[in-house]
Structure formats: C-alpha cells, structure tokens
Design a protein around this ligand. Structure first.
Ligand code: TXA
Ligand code: MG
Length: 348
C-alpha cells in the first residue's frame, strides 16, 4: 500500500484538503490524524472490517479495546446506553479535550472496538484537524494511538510515518501534539468514577466536577492488575533499557554518573533524560532535557519524542530523572515507569 501524506495548517479556517481522506475513512480506509494528545490511527467505528484492520496495522492484541472519537455531542447518544447528569457536567467541562469516558455501550458499537466488553470508551478531541476530519467523514472514528504496538505514542507525523508508512492509506500532518501524553480514561459506570489511565485531565480537575474520584489501584500500587485492558501491556517503551531514578537530586545525579561510567567501560551507549537545570550535573555522558523543573506540561509534550530520539541514536541505556506525581506529572510518571518496566531506582 502506498501511504498518502497530507499537510494541514491547524489554524486554517476550512480544510478542503481533508475531503479525500475523510471519504476514504468513511469507506473503510485507515487514516492517521493529529489530536491534542497524540496522533491517532482512525477507522470508521461502525465498519467492523475497518476496525479489524487497525489491530492488524498496529500489531495490537485484540483484547485491548479502542476509543471512539466524536466531533459533536449529537454523535454520542447512539453509541452509549445512557447520558447521566454527571456525564453532562463532565463533557461540558472537558470536551473537546483529553478526557475519555467509559460508558455502557449501545448495540450499534461493534464488539471489535470493545474487545467484547459491555462498555465503550468515547472522547471528543480538542484539535481542529481531528474535529474537521470526523465531521467531514460523518461517522464516529475508532482510533488508538498511531504507533506500532509497544512503541512510544507518536507526537509528530514523522513518528507515525516511522511506524505506519506502507500500512495505512493516509497520514495527516498537523504539526506537533500539544499535550503529548494520551487522554485520561475515566470509568463513569461506577460510583465514584474511576481513573483507569491518568492523562491531561488530572484527578483534581475531575473531582472538582464530580465531587469524588478514585484512582485504579494499579496506579496507586504498581503490583495490582489494571482494570483498563491496555494498561497491562509494557507500553511506550523505547528499544533501550529505561531506568527511572528518584531521590535527592545530588544522589540521583551521583548514581546516574556512576552508571554512565560503568556503561562506557562496557561499551554501552547511554543517555540521561533530565531537567534543563540539571544537565550540567552529568559530565560523565550525554544529557538531554525533558523540560524545566516545575513545568510538567513541558515534560509531557516532550517525553515520547525523546524516547523515539533515543531509538534513532541506538541508545542502549536510558536514565530518566523522576518528576513529582502532581497534576499532569502523574500521567508523565505513569508513562515513564511503564517504559521502565519496573526498573525504578530510589536512591534516597
Ligand atoms: O489520547 C488518547 O486517548 C489517544 C488519542 C489518539 O485519542 N488514544 C489512545 O488510544 O491513547 P489507545 O488505544 O492507545 O489507548 C486506549 C486506552 C487503552 O488503555 C484501552 O485499554 C482503554 O483506553 N480502553 C478503551 N476502551 C475501554 C473500555 N471500554 N474500558 C476500559 N478501558 C478501555
Ligand atoms: Mg496506545
């Protein structure tokens, strides 16, 4: 398959360049598109065959359900069993935006999307290109992140091209994704609602609207089995070994510098991903910045790109400073810790 590329300025008023891709999307083709979180790999959610081809293109396990993307509230009622007052409040507060809601599903939602569950995840992305594409296609759009399964989510069209060129019909380039980590997944079939995956909408933001919210136990204690099927997979991982290092800063940099010296002796290539303000503390090796101390939004926007950059450099060992699990920092550290696959070092 030859993948077609379409470049769009997200600030454009109308987007006639999207017509062709929107039509193809409706007719069963796969189209990658930008959202405010990460790039998505879209298929017509009502077309079982198209939805199946997403799993094939990504190499995704079929027991991991997909999020359905909508562009207007009118698209919601047909997909879900009921729209409660809490849903109204949440969607008014956060849609379009990085919040995915898990509803009891309606019969029109194919089992291929929900992996056989009786719930369906829905969100309205806050990106003009995504909204325009969905509107022009006229159908709800099932879309996982547009990476090959197991790789870091794409935050640039070039990342999608790395993973998907030749496998899908269109890649729409709308520039870098603003948020950089995937949406918050909130199960509203239970009371109080339960955060299954942390993301751009923080627990406090949800709590301000719903009064109460809980975190899935695996987010509190990493040994627990996650309730969101996708969260059990070692996601987001670059090819090199990732180590998260936490503790007093001088101990963190001391530990990492020592590791770098050992790696160099063993002929291993290594990189430190650290706060801008700390880069000078790593004379032993190459240090790259994930953003400023105290700016978790910047770290969120950068982290997946940095993981991919490490892959391009053929890095074998990646040492990452930790950041406070506050605000979007909770989502950032969730992704970094998953990439580390348990290699979390507390240096005191
Ligand atoms: O920001 C995002 O959410 C991006 C963009 C493209 O919208 N999409 C995304 O999709 O991250 P994906 O497929 O990579 O992750 C979807 C997550 C998985 O952890 C999946 O298990 C969970 O949502 N999920 C989907 N449907 C669910 C359901 N019915 N119940 C529980 N979890 C569900
Ligand atoms: Mg994903």
């Amino acid at each position: 398959m030859v993948t077609k590329y379409i470049k769009i300025d997200p600030r454009a008023e109308d987007m006639p360049e999207l017509e062709e891709a929107a039509k193809a999307l409706k007719n069963g083709c796969l189209v990658a598109f930008p959202t405010e979180t990460v790039y998505g790999l879209g298929a017509n959610a009502l077309d079982r065959e198209a939805v199946r081809s997403i799993f094939e293109a990504k190499g995704r396990p079929t027991d991991n359900p997909l999020i359905v993307h909508i562009a207007e509230m009118d698209m919601l009622p047909s997909l879900v069993r009921e729209i409660t007052p809490a849903v109204k409040k949440l969607t008014e507060a956060f849609w379009p935006g990085p919040l995915t809601l898990v509803f009891k599903k309606s019969p029109v939602v194919p089992d291929e999307i929900t992996a056989g569950l009786d719930t369906v995840a829905v969100r309205m992305p806050d990106h003009p290109v995504a909204l325009n594409l969905i509107k022009k296609s006229g159908v709800p759009v099932a879309a996982p992140s547009a990476n090959r399964s197991g790789k870091p989510s794409p935050t640039l069209a070039a990342h999608v091209a790395e993973d998907m060129d030749g496998r899908i019909s269109y890649i729409i380039d709308g520039g870098p994704c603003r948020v950089g980590v995937e949406s918050t997944v909130l199960d509203i079939t239970v009371n109080p609602p339960l955060i299954l995956r942390p993301g751009g909408i923080t627990p406090d933001m949800v709590k301000n609207v719903t009064g109460a919210v809980r975190l899935d136990s695996n987010l509190v204690k990493s040994t627990e089995k996650p309730k969101s099927p996708g969260m059990k997979y070692t996601h987001y991982a670059p090819a090199g070994d990732v180590y998260v290092v936490a503790g007093k800063q001088e101990n963190v940099s001391g530990w990492i510098n020592e590791k770098i010296r050992q790696d160099k002796k063993s002929g291993l290539s290594c990189v430190v991903i650290a706060a801008t303000e700390h880069l000078k503390q790593y004379p032993a090796g190459t240090a790259i910045s994930f953003g400023s101390i105290g700016d978790p939004d910047e770290v969120a926007a950068n982290i997946f790109r940095l993981f991919r950059d490490c892959d391009s450099m053929g890095t074998e060992k990646i040492y990452v400073e930790s950041i406070p699990k506050e605000g979007i920092g909770l989502a950032v550290m969730n992704r970094i810790e998953k990439a580390a696959g348990g290699k979390i070092i507390q240096v005191g």
